[in-house]
Design a binder for this molecule. Structure first.
Ligand code: HEM
Length: 217
């Protein structure tokens, strides 16, 4: 398993898999199969994939610790950037097909519709995370500060769930399912922090900071 995880081919394969949602959308576009309301269809698909990739990215740390596969960290940066990529597509669909680049219209929506306000907040928070995802930025900020900044991904995850919950009119099952996943990930993170603190107090040693993705890639 470790051999597979460290292979350069695996990274390439994961990259290709992450492009499948985009490829399917392009394929359906060429087939004229984007439903009777293509704008809504594209907004829904890209929104779904943004939230899925945010959740997948957040699952890497718990999984690598539970499964004792530290090499999994190699994929975290790429998955996070794919979350941002689908987020950009989602945002672009809204700007282009929904708002036709009308800035006053967009501004009014961000101000007046709470589900847009919270979605926008979640998206804006992803921007500094994408920019500072490189090894150079980790060095410049320092591992500790970089990690504190990158906790904003949890805010994006919660914002994405609330955004989804507020926009659905009746069937709230899907946003609740996403919400449960995000709650489990947050609870795990909190539990891990508490365990680390206890060990630190008991052993009198300083807890080693989490590896940053670029360090261990
Ligand atoms: C600038 C920021 C954003 C804008 C303007 C925006 C706008 C929208 C719009 C207009 C819809 C469709 C609403 C409808 O059908 O009535 C939607 C759906 C959705 N958005 Fe966003 N969004 C933003 C950011 C985000 C972010 C950051 C996430 C995830 C982290 C996200 C996740 C979703 C999800 C999951 C859906 C529903 C998908 C489905 O129905 O299957 N959005 N968004």
């Amino acid at each position: 398993m470790q051999k597979i995880l460290t292979s350069k081919w695996t990274k390439g394969a994961v990259f290709c898999v992450c492009l499948i949602p985009l490829a399917l959308l392009i394929w359906r576009g060429f087939q004229n199969d984007l439903t009777a309301n293509p704008t809504q269809f594209l907004e829904h698909r890209t929104g779904d994939w943004t939230l899925r990739f945010v959740i997948i990215t957040l699952s890497i740390t718990p999984l690598r610790k539970i499964l004792r596969l530290p090499q999994m960290i190699r994929f975290r940066r790429m998955l996070g950037l794919f979350a941002f990529f689908y987020g950009c597509m989602h945002f672009t669909c809204w700007i282009w097909f929904d708002k036709f680049f009308s800035w006053p219209d967009m501004w009014a929506d961000v101000h007046k519709r709470p589900f847009i306000t919270i979605g926008f907040t979640g998206f804006v928070l992803m921007v500094p995370l994408a920019i500072t995802s490189t090894a150079g930025w980790i060095r410049r900020l320092g591992g500790k500060r970089w990690q504190v900044l990158h906790r904003a991904i949890y805010v994006t995850a919660v914002a994405g769930v609330v955004h989804y919950y507020w926009l659905v009119k009746s069937d709230v099952r899907k946003p609740i399912e996403y919400g449960v996943l995000v709650a489990i990930l947050l609870a795990w993170r909190f539990g891990d922090w508490v365990t680390g603190r206890r060990k630190q107090i008991a052993g009198g040693h300083v807890r080693r900071p989490e590896p940053t993705t670029a360090e261990s890639a």
